[in-house]
Design a protein around this ligand. Structure first.
Ligand code: KG4
Ligand code: ZN
Length: 373
């Protein structure tokens, strides 16, 4: 439909410079420039390098997206940008660019939440999200079960990881196995040739008295690392494919079991899975199987839309426009630890950009962690 909002979305929260253009729930362009190869030799994302790469890629990526979509910047109904959470310096590049374009073109600006965008992107593939939406969000920095009565204004956490994010666990185990960074895709690939039942790794927080919807992957990570160390100490060869498959099974078993349980408990008949780890083939297969058995409709975007991209930001921005959410003002600032409960960031003059009362050092912790541990 031509009267649906035409929105450009900018994503720079980590190492991907993503620019997407959507019309309502239709994807028109998804341009990405990644600095992942530059980070790979450091074994994790180096924030300063990511910021510099965003700066260099920003304008060319925006131009590429406009060309791919076959639209002119003048035709846009809004410019959406990830305002957080993410790496502070990286976010700043995207937010500054979005403000500059919005101001120069005289278009409304929408500061949006990276995590809500990971959920909303599914609209580009499977149409409007049902309300409420039940979402399992699994990325490099986050693992949460969320119930969203309205993805533009009301996102409620049911549970989250108490230590590592699921993607972080993939990245760390890949490092122990010397498989490079990021770890998810390579573990996914190797696991296909391994035996998932070869090693019984622990399922975190799965006891009957444990919190039903919270996750923990740090114990699993330690167990896998110890198992590998013991093999090496004994001079035995590490069966990399079996370790990858057994580790991956432990992660996706817990994720899918808790997500299906949340749907059943809350009486929600569908489950959306989003974030980089949702690209995992075994997670997709096991979720399909368990949802089918429980009579739950599964919605997972194609892998390219699960990992960070600009289309997801445009998708949430378009939903903001469609629902007449107020635009953000030009005082909008990047918030590295923006809580998942804030899908939309109106800007400073709405008294919102500062003072969530949460810990602003959190993202520095994540980035250091990715880098050194
Ligand atoms: O959402 P995302 O692209 O960036 C963040 O917002 O964090 O997620 C990146 C994470 C990384 O930890 C990466 O290893 C993981 O997603 N990932 C995967 C797969 N593809 C990416 N994990 C498991 N299997 C995959 N196929
Ligand atoms: Zn992400």
């Amino acid at each position: 439909m031509v009267d649906e909002p035409l929105v450009l979305g900018i994503e720079t929260s980590c190492d991907e410079t993503g620019v997407g253009i959507v019309r309502g729930t239709t994807l028109l362009a998804d341009a990405i420039a990644s600095s992942v190869d530059t980070h790979a030799r450091f074994g994790g994302v180096v924030p300063e390098i990511a910021s510099r790469a965003h700066l260099e890629a920003m304008v060319p990526t925006i131009e590429r997206a406009l060309k791919e979509a076959g639209v002119s910047a003048r035709d846009l109904d809004g410019i959406a940008v990830t305002a957080g959470p993410g790496l502070a310096g990286a976010l700043l590049v995207g937010v500054s660019a979005a403000k500059a374009y919005a101001y120069a073109l005289g278009k409304p600006l929408y500061g949006v939440n990276h995590l809500a965008s990971h959920i909303c992107v599914d609209q580009l593939e499977h149409g409007k999200l049902p309300e409420p939406t039940m979402a399992l969000l699994v990325s490099g920095g986050h693992s949460s079960l969320l119930l969203a009565p309205d993805i533009t204004s009301d996102v409620r956490p049911l549970g989250a990881t108490i230590d590592d994010a699921a993607g972080e666990a993939f990245d760390k185990i890949a490092r122990v196995l010397n498989l490079g960074f990021p770890g998810g895709p390579v573990i996914d690939r190797l696991a296909k040739e391994g035996d998932a039942r070869a090693i019984a790794f622990p399922r975190g927080l799965s006891g009957s008295r444990d919190p039903a919807y919270d996750f923990s992957f740090s114990g699993l990570k330690t167990a896998v690392a110890r198992w590998i160390e013991a093999k090496r100490a004994a001079g035995e060869e590490v069966p990399v494919r079996d370790v990858a498959a057994s580790f991956q099974e432990a992660v996706v078993d817990v994720l899918t079991r808790k997500a299906v349980r949340a749907c059943v408990d809350e009486g929600v008949d569908h489950l959306m899975i989003g974030g980089g780890v949702a690209a995992n083939s075994r997670l997709r297969a096991l979720a399909t199987e368990r949802c089918e058995r429980a009579g739950i409709r599964l919605r997972v975007p194609r892998p390219g839309l699960c990992t960070d991209n600009g289309a997801m930001v445009a998708a949430l921005g378009a939903e903001m426009v469609a629902r007449n959410r107020p635009a953000s003002d030009l005082e909008l600032s990047a918030d590295s630890s923006l809580p998942v409960t804030d899908p939309h960031v109106p800007g400073a003059s709405h008294g919102h950009a500062h003072g969530h009362g949460h810990d602003h050092d959190h993202v520095h912790e994540i980035s250091k962690d990715n880098l050194y541990s």
